[in-house]
Design a protein around this ligand. Structure first.
Ligand SMILES: Cc1cc2nc3c(=O)[nH]c(=O)nc-3n(C[C@H](O)[C@H](O)[C@H](O)COP(=O)(O)O)c2cc1C
Length: 357
């Protein structure tokens, strides 16, 4: 099979969004070529009971999921086990179809193993994405639905967008995610305030018992983030996903002046905020860590800090289709070395040590 370093050289000759489009075409086609798909599933999908957890009423065979934004329209779900992912998150979907920001809106910082994107929730809209989901239901791995408001919806009508989205996706996803942390929809991040979060989750709870999580941005003080997350959990959120991309452009040498950064340069920032949130909320809700995870060591660091699950997006562009398998195999090795017999013993291990001291 074509080596990924060679394939990457070819793909990186194209605009990032074009390369993503090729990847989507390939991943849409993959399940229709059973012998290749089955070979890849066998090779990449780690299904070891030491890594398996029951969460949100679903079985997660391994803790590594695909972060939102890669599969915006739910067209690649069937191919995700072939890439090794234990679960996937589709979206962000908006109520109405949306073109997103003008192109170019996705950039690579190759040396820094970082992506910068200003996509702006380009997606086919809730109605079409539900249709796509129905085509592949029941799913072979857990699927989260990440939702956000339309750009043209006035701020005062935001709640009705989220209400529509929750109603649309509640019966055709395993968990939902409220995205108010993208830097690419004007004023979206302003919704990261306690009043709105209380109103939103109070409303959500009345609509469905389905687990609904909050995804937050990395660009705030730890205290502010902790207060927001606590408010969300108190109002009914089933978990926190930290973090989205950062608007701290000082992290790369030649930033564009739009969008958010993800990948290697986000790792420490995302970890530091996650760790502070976990100190307060570990054991009280489900915590998912995302931002700059590219190897087992980093994934292990997030699990030990309190993450039940992790997600990756940017690193898959640089590392290729065997990355998730390597992460999961590496996790098993690290667990063996540290004497852990099940992933649940790793999750929050740093906090347990601190508590014992
Ligand atoms: C091109 C691109 C598009 C993204 N779109 C979304 C999105 O629609 N919704 C969302 O919640 N996060 C989105 N993200 C953020 C990722 O889900 C993730 O939180 C972030 O990239 C950090 O993880 P990473 O460093 O592993 O990429 C996007 C990221 C990238 C690179």
């Amino acid at each position: 099979m074509l080596n990924y370093e060679t394939l990457k050289k070819i793909l990186f000759n194209f605009e990032p969004e074009t390369a993503h489009h090729f990847a989507e075409l390939a991943l849409k086609a993959l399940p229709n070529i059973p012998f290749v798909n089955d070979y890849m599933v066998k090779r990449n999908f780690i299904n070891d009971k030491k890594l398996t957890q029951e969460l949100f009423g679903q079985t997660f065979a391994n803790p590594v999921g695909l972060g939102a934004g890669f599969d915006k329209n739910a067209t690649m779900i069937k191919a995700m086990p072939a890439l090794g992912f234990g679960y996937t998150e589709i979206g962000t979907m908006t109520p109405r179809p949306q073109a997103g920001n003008p192109k170019p809106r996705m950039f690579r910082h190759i040396e820094e193993r970082t992506i910068q994107n200003a996509m702006g929730f380009n997606n086919e809209g809730a109605y079409k994405v539900v249709k796509n989901l129905k085509k592949v239901y029941p799913f072979s791995i857990p699927v989260g639905a990440n939702v956000g408001k339309n750009k043209t919806t006035p701020q005062e009508h935001t709640l009705s967008d989220y209400k529509m989205l929750i109603n649309k996706f509640k019966d055709i996803s395993d968990y939902l995610v409220i995205n108010i942390s993208s830097p690419n929809t004007p004023n979206l991040r302003d919704l990261q305030n306690e009043e709105f979060i209380t109103e939103l989750f109070t409303m959500a709870k009345e609509l469905t018992p389905k687990p609904i999580l909050l995804k937050i941005a990395p660009d705030m003080e730890a205290k502010t983030a902790i207060d927001l997350c606590k408010t969300a959990v108190k109002s009914g959120a089933a978990g926190i996903i930290a973090t989205n991309t950062t608007i701290d452009y000082s992290l790369v040498e030649n930033p564009k002046d739009i969008g958010g950064l993800s990948g290697a340069v986000l790792a420490d920032k995302s970890y530091e905020l996650f760790k502070e949130i976990a100190k307060e909320l570990y054991g009280k809700t489900v915590l998912i860590s995302v931002g700059g995870i590219a190897d087992a060591k980093e994934a292990y660091r997030r699990l030990k800090a309190g993450a039940s699950l992790v997600q990756c997006f940017s690193a898959i562009v640089f590392e290729g289709p065997s990355m998730v398998k390597k992460i999961n195999e590496g996790l098993l090795e690290l667990m063996e070395k540290d004497g852990y017999s099940h992933i649940t013993e790793v999750i929050g291990a740093d906090l347990k040590t601190t508590n014992k001291e």
